[in-house]
Design a protein around this ligand. Structure first.
Ligand code: 2PG
Ligand code: MG
Length: 405
């Protein structure tokens, strides 16, 4: 096998994401083999994640690429993913990638891996994960939401479900059926009031978090009996987005730090939630640890804004026993190799990972491949909507491929 695959050409363009904003797409060529990738963007971004774009936006990122990066990457050995990613970071030269932006660096990084994998004739999940990357995650789908993903909705950003069927296909389908049932319940309950879909195609309506909890329980128990399948419940508080002046500001009134800790624990103890993401503001590693200590036997406490896929932040969390789960988003850290480093650290510490979409998505399916490569417990996406289904349907294809080998 060859150990040098020089990059022949790279093309970068602006495209439009699922929220109608510009993002960037990269085509990277090794001879006439192309690897393509487009990067998503978040709305509830962590304070320590890479800046998606420089201040001058996607155009500024593309200009930086043309002026400073292109000449360093053309001719680079595509098989040296770590060196490729490091070159981008070093050329950027800032801690949070303020020149090239996390989105363009992500698109370059994944496009490079994709081109190399295609050239070698192997799927991306095998190229990144190796010969033993053969287990599929379960889909964790957003069904009711609010926060920064909609205008009126719950204070809590996401209420999620994960059907535990025998196949990925059936689990993804039952998640979608739970979503459908929630839509019916909402329109029965809220006759005449508007019900809509948020950025991730979760239902959104002017209801309280407690009402959302009740509706979720009803839909989960009905759908679970209908299909004879266990459906796990999940929540992403995205607590950063409603933390103000030392308090957690819910629609129904504020909660102190201690009340928020008790509230998060009650999701596991009283409401039987399995997946509990970002229950505290991202500076409170100790608050996360208090929650994890109480519920980790039964539930997964997951850090998203807490870690921003950053190995240095994860080290703090490991030391403090802050969580037993981590969310993985490549564009938070801006490269495939640093993402892989974070996943390796997490796995070694017994922390389970979930690869996640962003609220502003493209139809790129790289998250599906990474969830297999990283042995993820879950892939977090919506349950419907083309840009969400791009990932779910790719996993259905990967399931078929793995089962036929
Ligand atoms: C999250 C994500 C995805 P965003 O908080 O987990 O659901 O949202 O992409 O807006 O950060
Ligand atoms: Mg989150």
């Amino acid at each position: 096998m060859t150990d040098e695959l020089p990059i022949d050409d790279i093309r970068v363009r602006k495209i439009i994401d699922s929220r109608g904003n510009f993002t960037v797409e990269v085509d990277l060529f090794i001879e006439d083999v192309m690897g393509r990738c487009s990067a998503p963007s978040g709305a509830s971004t962590g304070d320590t994640e890479m800046k998606a774009f420089p201040k001058s936006g996607p155009d500024g990122a593309i200009k930086f690429f043309e002026d400073k990066l292109r000449s360093k990457l053309i001719g680079y050995n595509a098989l040296d993913q770590i060196g490729f990613d490091r070159t981008i970071m070093e050329t950027d030269g800032t801690e949070y990638m303020e020149n090239v932006g996390g989105n363009l660096s992500t698109a370059l990084s994944v496009a490079n891996a994709r081109a190399a994998a295609s050239y070698l004739g192997i799927p991306l999940y095998s190229y990144v994960g190796g010969a033993f990357a053969r287990s599929l995650p379960r889909p964790m789908g957003n069904v009711i939401g609010g926060g920064k993903h909609s205008r009126e909705g719950t204070t809590i950003q996401e209420f999620l479900v994960s059907a535990q069927a025998d196949t990925f296909l059936q689990s993804a389908y039952i998640n979608a059926m739970t979503h459908r049932r929630i839509g019916e319940i909402l329109s029965e309950k809220l006759k005449g009031t508007s019900v809509g879909l948020g950025d991730e195609k979760a239902w959104t309506a002017n209801i309280s978090d407690e009402e959302a909890l009740e509706i979720l329980h009803q839909a989960v128990s009905e759908t679970s009996s209908r299909y004879h399948v266990r459906i796990l419940k999940g929540v992403d508080f995205a607590a950063n987005s409603f933390y103000e002046g030392g308090k957690y500001m819910y629609k129904n009134g504020p909660k102190t730090r201690d009340q928020q800790i008790d509230y998060a624990i009650s999701f596991s103890r009283d409401h039987d939630f399995y997946f509990i993401e970002d229950p505290m503001v991202d500076t409170d590693f100790d608050g996360f640890a208090e929650i994890t200590k109480k519920i980790s036997q039964k539930s997964l406490v997951v850090g998203d804004d807490l870690y921003t896929t950053n190995p240095e932040r994860l080290k703090i969390g490991i030391e403090k026993k802050s969580t037993n789960g981590i969310l993985i988003k490549v564009n938070q850290i801006g490269s495939l190799s640093r993402t892989a480093e974070t996943v390796r650290l997490a796995t070694a510490a017994g922390i389970r990972n979930t690869v996640s979409h962003r609220s502003g998505e493209t139809t790129d399916d790289f998250a599906a491949h990474l969830s297999v490569a990283f042995g993820s417990t879950f892939i977090k996406t919506g349950t419907i909507g083309g840009e969400r289904l791009a990932k779910l349907n790719e996993l259905i294809r990967i399931e078929e491929e793995i089962n036929s080998n």
